[in-house]
Design a protein around this ligand. Structure first.
Ligand code: ZN
Length: 178
């Protein structure tokens, strides 16, 4: 990814038919709502967006975002740097009824304006990518015994965004009705 600035918006009429690829950066400070979740607003979001029309003439954006951001470690309350990375597939829809017709692997993005405000949906993706609770991965997370993590979980009423291999994820799976 190159360090060119990504435009805030693009023209929805042309960009899909032209199979445009937009890649570059946006300063984290640009995302004011997202910044409220952070310790500070330093750094850049790296973005890669491939616009295209699929076989059903749907307007699709295949995207990848990555950022290193500073959050507050919930154990020592000092700044901790975490890496956020997401890939997504968005389908542009104009009405609510079009949302139901999208295949499950495509997330709808409802747009009625010919102007696609890229920065808006990138901010949504960033907020979705944020773990609910963050720890310093080396010095705070690993020193936290499993029972402490679980009880913290109960007391705060918060869910620790568990990684797929954690014992909590397995327990959660077992509890889910099939
Ligand atoms: Zn910490």
């Amino acid at each position: 990814m190159v360090d060119t600035l990504v435009p805030d918006y693009v023209d929805a009429k042309k960009i899909f038919a032209h199979n445009a690829l937009i890649s570059g950066i946006l300063p984290i400070s640009r995302f004011t709502r997202f910044c409220e979740l952070l310790e500070n607003n330093s750094g850049n979001l790296h973005v890669s967006l491939q616009f295209h029309l699929d076989d059903n003439h749907r307007r699709i954006i295949d995207g990848e975002i990555e950022a290193l951001v500073f959050v507050t470690c919930q154990r020592c309350l000092e700044p901790a740097q975490i890496r956020l990375a997401e890939t997504f597939k968005l389908g542009i829809v104009e009405t609510e009824s079009h949302i139901a017709r999208l295949p499950a692997e495509i997330d709808p993005w409802m747009v009625t304006d010919p102007k696609l405000v890229i920065a808006d949906f990138l901010e949504e993706q960033l907020i979705l990518a944020m773990p609910i609770v963050s720890y310093h991965s080396n010095r705070c997370e690993t020193s936290l015994p499993a029972e402490t993590a679980a009880s913290f979980d109960q007391k705060s009423g918060m869910v620790i965004k568990s990684d797929k291999n954690s014992p909590f994820a397995i327990l959660q799976k077992l509890k889910e009705p099939r």
